[in-house]
Design a protein around this ligand. Structure first.
Ligand code: M6R
Length: 364
């Protein structure tokens, strides 16, 4: 049941801290505080390239994983949605790694992509929430997200569990490839272990998120902006809003604004910005300033150390706890999911069973 929550989505949002902790516990040895990947039937150090594919939210999790794999393990990652990849016929280097991500393990396009990547001589690694699924049976290695059953059609806790696994894969791959110092590994593992606690703190942000939700619920169109690994978080936020509140939302990499989308900006199109402090903070801030100068209403998700800077341009702010730049996208994902939920409550939609959608898409 819903354990007293109004919707499965609300219950599942509250399971983020637990699920992240349970997923990490499978992959981080508490004694050595090192990432332990299962025995692989291939050598990660020898993999020339990764082809990551999935659908919907699972694909956005993979996009965040791409930043981690490229940044930490210096592995080239090709990323495409499964419905395109399966027909694209990309040239594949034998011995490459296919990285598939799926909550259900039954998504038709992802499964078809898995089969064609295997045919192309790729090792198949899948990040799955259902260990007895079809994709699990057809993979060389399965990494489990320990999210438990996800009932709400809109994915929440499975998403952060996928991110937890992908972060560990990036750390494990980086170690195997010699691109990670011990000090950096310690730092990243600590950042991951801090996540459940930080995620639990997000539930104290309800009032700030509701204020943003009131602006968003009145809009017909909403823009989500982020840079770096916060760009896929923007995509996730926009998808979740579309799915459960039926409000049109688009996500852009903030630096792309001036190449077209900024023409959309006016008082009627709120901008949800993902801007925690970090390497791209000032660049994001100046993109947002440009939107603001054109009359855009900025709803800014930042963190404690970014709050003073953002307060100068944002109309409304949601201030998350500070986190390591590596893990900040995970916290911000939860926050944008919470926003979508609050907007859906204001709209009075059927949160757990949105129109036209199925939990698992087993037809092409
Ligand atoms: O079961 P899968 O993870 O393969 O499903 C993929 C997508 O259908 C899924 O993430 C979908 O986008 C969700 N409704 C997002 O909330």
């Amino acid at each position: 049941g819903k354990d007293g929550y109004r919707h499965y989505m609300e219950k599942e949002l509250h399971e983020h801290p637990l699920v992240i902790g349970n997923t990490l516990r499978r992959m981080i040895d508490p004694a050595t505080r090192r990432v332990v990947l299962p025995d692989l039937p291939f050598d990660l150090a020898a993999v020339p390239r990764v082809t990551m594919t999935a659908c919907g939210s699972a694909f956005y999790a993979g996009m965040i994983g791409r930043y981690w794999l490229e940044g930490e393990a210096r592995l080239p990652v090709d990323a495409d949605v499964a419905s395109e990849l399966r027909y694209r016929e990309p040239p594949l280097t034998p011995g490459g790694l296919a990285l598939l991500i799926s909550q259900s393990g039954e998504t038709a396009d992802t499964l078809a992509a898995l089969r064609s990547l295997r045919e192309g001589g790729q090792h198949v690694m899948s990040v799955l929430n259902v260990p007895e699924s079809t994709m699990a049976r057809e993979s060389d290695v399965v990494l489990d997200t320990v999210a438990g059953p996800e009932i709400c059609v809109a994915s929440t806790k499975a998403f952060t569990a996928q991110l937890s696994v992908l972060a560990c894969v990036a750390i494990g791959a980086a170690r195997a490839r010699g691109t990670l110092t011990d000090a950096r590994e310690e730092e990243l593992v600590q950042a991951l272990l801090d996540l459940p606690g930080r995620a639990a703190e997000l539930f104290g942000l309800g009032d700030a998120i509701r204020e943003v939700a009131e602006v968003v619920a009145d809009a017909r169109d909403v823009l989500y902006l982020g840079r770096g690994a916060q760009f896929p978080v923007a995509l996730e936020g926009a998808l979740k809003l579309k799915e459960i509140s039926y409000i049109h939302a688009e996500a852009y990499a903030a630096g792309e604004m001036k190449h077209g989308p900024i023409a959309l900006i006016d008082r009627t199109v709120p901008v949800v910005a993902l801007a925690p402090n970090g390497r791209l903070f000032e660049k994001t801030a100046s993109n947002l300033q440009e939107a603001r100068a054109r009359g855009g209403r900025l709803m800014c998700f930042t963190d404690n150390s970014g709050a003073a800077r953002m307060a100068r341009i944002a109309e409304k702010m949601v201030v998350l706890p500070d986190a390591h730049e590596f893990t900040a996208p995970i916290l911000h994902s939860i926050a944008v999911q919470m926003l979508a939920y609050e907007v859906a409550l204001l709209k009075g939609t059927d949160v757990d069973q949105p129109r036209n959608l199925a939990k698992s898409v087993t037809v092409e």
